[in-house]
Ligand binder design. Structure first.
Ligand code: FAD
Length: 393
C-alpha cells in the first residue's frame, strides 16, 4: 500500500474519464496502462458541452490550442418555450464565461474531443493505450492487483482505476449490489447539417427548449457546419443503454409533434444516419469508491442525468483530484479515502442539481409559468459554484 515511485497503474476504460485519468496521473510521474475493450473507431456520439470547470483541467494538460480550434463558441444559450419558441431567458456563454471564470464554454463534437485527448496520450511516453483489450476480471491481492483480459492473459499492477462507465466491472468488485437504475428518460441524439436549414437566427446560438415531459437542446459543432441535437423525453417503453442504438426518424418526429415550427424544422432536417436513442440510467452513488488498490472515476462511480451537462466534467475533475491525492499521499488507501472525501459532496450536489433540472425542464404545462418565473429570477449564483470549481489545486 505504500506509494513508491514510479507506481504502475492500470486504468480500465478509455472514455473521457479514463483518458483524463491517464493524462493527469502521467503528469504526476506514474506509469499508466489504459485498457479499452473497443477499437475507439466506432460511433463516438454527437456533441458535448465543455464547461469552464472541465476546461481548467484539460487546458492544464496541454490541450488548449487544439480544443479551442476544434470547438464552436455560442454567445449564449436561449431558453425557449416549446409551443412558440418564446424566449424565457438568455444565459450568456462566450465571452462571458472566460471573463467570469477564466475559461470559455465550448461546444465540440465528441469525436473531435476524443481525437484531441488521444493525440495528447500518444505524445506521453508514460502512457500505453491498449485498445481491443477488454478486461474480464480484476483481483485485488495484498501487494498487487491482477488484471485478467478477455483474451485470457493476466497482468499485474500496483493500482487499478475503474473508468469503465455505468456498467462498471471495477465498481462491481467494490459493491456487487449497486446496479444502474433506469430513470424513465430516453435521449435522442442527432446531427443536422447546417446547409439543410434555412438561415434562421435561432440556430446560430445554443438553445434549450422546454416542454411538458420533454426538452430539446441544440448547439453548433464543427465550426457551425453541424448542429448537434439532443431531445430527451420521458418514456418507460424502451430501456436500452447504448450510444450505438439507431433510432427511427418517424418516432423522433412524433416525440416533438406540435412544437414550434423552427424546432420541428430541425427535427425534420436531421441526418438519419446520425440519429440514435439512448435510455438514460443513473448509478446510485456507491458508499465506498475504493478499496486499498482499486478506485473509481466518472460514470462508473456516479453516472448522473445529463440535465446539467456535467457527467464528463465530473469525470475530468475526478481525474485531476485523484492524481493530486495519489501524488501527495503516503499510501494508496489514504490517498483514495482523501479523494473520496474531496469529491463526494460535490458529486452529490451536481446530481441533486441535475435531478432538480429534470423536474423543472419537464414540468407539466400548468406549472410552466411558475417554472419560467423562477428561471428568470434565478441569479446564476449556483452556476458560479459549478464553474469556479478548481480541481487542480
Ligand atoms: C445525451 C447525453 C448528453 C451528455 N452531454 C454531456 C455534456 O454536454 N457535458 C458533459 O460533461 N457530460 C455530458 N454527458 C455525460 C457524459 O457523456 C458521461 O458522463 C461521460 O462520457 C462519462 O465518461 P466515462 O469515461 O466515465 O464513461 P464512458 O464514456 O462510459 O467510458 C467507459 C469506457 O470504458 C470502456 N469499458 C467498459 N468496460 C470495459 C472493460 N471491461 N474493459 C475495457 N474497457 C471497458 C468502454 O468501452 C468505454 O470506452 C452526456 C450524457 C448523455 C447521455
Amino acid at each position: 500500500m505504500v506509494l513508491e515511485s514510479p507506481l504502475n497503474i492500470a486504468v480500465i476504460g478509455a472514455g473521457i474519464g479514463g483518458l483524463a485519468a491517464g493524462l493527469c496521473l502521467a503528469k504526476k510521474g506514474f506509469e499508466i496502462t489504459i485498457f479499452e475493450k473497443s477499437n475507439l473507431k466506432g460511433e463516438l456520439g454527437a456533441g458535448i458541452q465543455l464547461s469552464p470547470n472541465s476546461l481548467r483541467v484539460l487546458f492544464s494538460l496541454g490541450m488548449e490550442r487544439s480544443l479551442r480550434s476544434n470547438s464552436s463558441y455560442s454567445e449564449f444559450i436561449a431558453i425557449r418555450d416549446w409551443k412558440d419558441g418564446a424566449l424565457i431567458k438568455k444565459n450568456p456563454l462566450n465571452p462571458d464565461s472566460e471573463q467570469t471564470y477564466g475559461y470559455p464554454y465550448l461546444h465540440i463534437h465528441r469525436g473531435d474531443l476524443m481525437k484531441v485527448m488521444l493525440d495528447t496520450i500518444k505524445a506521453d511516453k508514460l502512457i500505453s493505450l491498449r485498445t481491443m483489450s477488454g478486461v474480464a476480471a480484476v483481483n485485488e491481492m495484498v501487494s498487487k492487483c491482477a488484471v485478467k483480459l478477455d483474451s485470457g492473459s493476466e497482468e499485474s499492477f500496483d493500482l487499478v482505476i475503474g473508468a469503465d462507465g455505468i456498467n462498471s466491472l471495477v465498481a462491481s468488485c467494490l459493491d456487487s449490489k449497486v446496479k444502474p437504475i433506469f430513470t424513465g428518460n430516453v435521449a435522442w441524439r442527432a446531427l443536422v447539417p447546417s446547409s439543410n436549414l434555412s438561415d434562421e437566427l435561432i440556430y446560430k446560438n445554443a438553445a434549450l427548449w422546454l416542454g411538458p415531459r420533454r426538452h430539446f437542446v441544440h448547439y453548433k459543432v464543427r465550426k457551425g457546419d453541424l448542429i448537434n441535437c439532443i431531445g430527451i423525453s420521458e418514456s418507460d417503453a424502451w430501456k436500452k443503454e447504448s450510444w450505438i442504438e439507431k433510432a427511427d426518424i418517424k418516432e423522433f418526429e412524433v416525440e416533438f409533434e406540435g412544437w414550434d415550427r423552427r424546432l420541428r424544422n430541425l427535427v425534420e432536417s436531421v441526418d438519419e444516419a446520425t440519429l440514435h436513442k439512448w435510455a438514460l440510467y443513473r448509478r446510485p452513488t456507491i458508499k465506498k469508491w475504493h478499496s486499498d488498490r482499486l478506485v473509481l472515476v466518472g460514470d462508473s462511480c456516479h453516472a448522473t442525468l445529463p440535465f446539467l451537462a456535467q457527467g464528463a466534467a465530473l469525470a475530468i475533475e475526478d481525474a485531476a483530484v485523484l492524481a493530486n491525492c495519489l501524488s501527495e499521499g503516503h499510501n494508496s488507501r489514504e490517498a483514495f479515502s482523501f479523494y473520496q472525501r474531496l469529491r463526494e459532496r460535490r458529486v452529490k450536489w451536481v446530481q441533486f442539481m441535475s435531478n432538480a433540472n429534470a423536474r423543472s425542464f419537464h414540468c407539466r404545462e400548468q406549472f410552466a409559468p411558475i417554472r419560467n418565473f423562477l428561471l428568470k429570477s434565478f441569479s446564476g449564483r449556483a452556476l458560479d459554484k459549478l464553474y469556479k470549481y478548481d480541481a487542480i489545486s
